[in-house]
Design a protein around this ligand. Structure first.
Ligand code: RIB
Length: 304
């Protein structure tokens, strides 16, 4: 089983040619309300990519709670989601410009109430070969406990340190894969680029997947280190591309694909997702990823 312990948000997304400057008002060209949240996005990406996935989290007892749960149900994801009384569902206010870049502010809402009862649920279920996906949108101590329990059970832990904070450092030693981007590496290590990724590996993770967006990725472990180029696509909206990568990568790994193949599968899913608007709504199905891979390829380079 693939488990995701994480956040679920309602994404309020405004599209405009460019981001406003401080004190400036700009006219947008589209507005969407979608299910989001890094956890729920990863769960949906995994399920759509062919992985049997369970999502564990909380929503509020409001309109947005109903809306976001419907999105997970539509994809037949196993749910262990509590509805918190008198609490709002997590919210993300997102601006996307014409290059597809985004700026996001989140309000935790019910995500902030996830606690030891969720980790207790996982503890009873984890077995060797399961996958746990975690991110930084829940209380860091809860996420760390889940990672520790998963590792002790022989499960694979895929940790996305986003949104980044220095509190997340203590989770790194429990991760099989840490999947940061440039900003996250800088915050966690104080160093930039590949040097920062190497420093992150030394903090105790089994491996690092440094997500470089349109520049592809760098994989680092004590056994092997290599970079993978990206699939060239025209980006419309990059929101949730990293989540889509993690979800599809997890599904491929859990299905027994070798590491390099799973990384390329994740990259293909992310490439497809940025050509469409929205977060999880843009993540592709297994069939679409396989079709894409018939006509597209990437290059590997040994990292020294
Ligand atoms: O990674 C993208 C996600 O970040 C959005 O869906 C938003 O909800 C925030 O959690």
């Amino acid at each position: 089983m693939i488990y995701v312990l994480g956040s679920i948000n309602a994404d309020l997304v405004v599209y405009s040619v460019r981001f406003p400057d401080v004190g400036e008002t700009v006219v947008g060209n589209d507005f969407l309300v979608n299910q989001g949240g890094k956890g729920a996005n990863q769960a949906i990406a995994s399920q759509k990519a062919g992985g049997e996935t369970t999502f564990i989290g909380r929503v509020g007892d409001d309109y947005f709670g109903t809306l976001v749960l419907e999105s997970l149900r539509r994809e037949h994801i196993n749910l262990r989601v509590k509805r918190e009384k008198n609490t709002s569902t997590g919210i993300a206010v997102i601006n996307v410009d014409e290059k597809g870049d985004n700026k996001i502010i989140i309000i935790h809402g019910a995500n902030g109430k996830v606690d030891g009862s969720e980790t207790a649920y996982l503890k009873e279920r984890f077995k060797k070969g399961d996958v746990l996906m975690i991110q930084g949108e829940l209380d860091a101590s809860v996420v760390r406990d889940a990672a520790r329990i998963a590792k002790a059970s022989g499960a694979i832990v895929i940790f996305d340190p986003a949104p980044v904070s220095s509190e997340l450092k203590s989770i790194i030693p429990f991760a099989t894969f840490v999947t940061p981007n440039e900003t996250e590496i800088k915050t966690l290590t104080g160093l930039s680029g590949d040097k920062g990724a190497e420093a992150l590996l030394k903090m105790g993770a089994e491996s690092i997947i440094f997500k470089k967006g349109e520049k592809g990725l760098l994989f680092l472990s004590s056994k092997e280190s290599f970079s993978v180029s990206a699939f060239p696509v025209k980006a419309v909206d990059t929101t949730g591309a990293g989540d889509t990568f993690n979800g599809a990568f997890a599904a491929a790994l859990h299905a027994g694909k070798p590491l390099k193949e799973a990384l390329v599968f994740g990259e293909a899913a992310a490439a497809l997702s940025v050509t469409r608007k929205g977060a999880s709504i843009s993540s592709p199905y297994e069939k679409e990823i396989k079709e894409f891979l018939k006509t597209h390829s990437v290059k590997f380079r040994v990292h020294t």
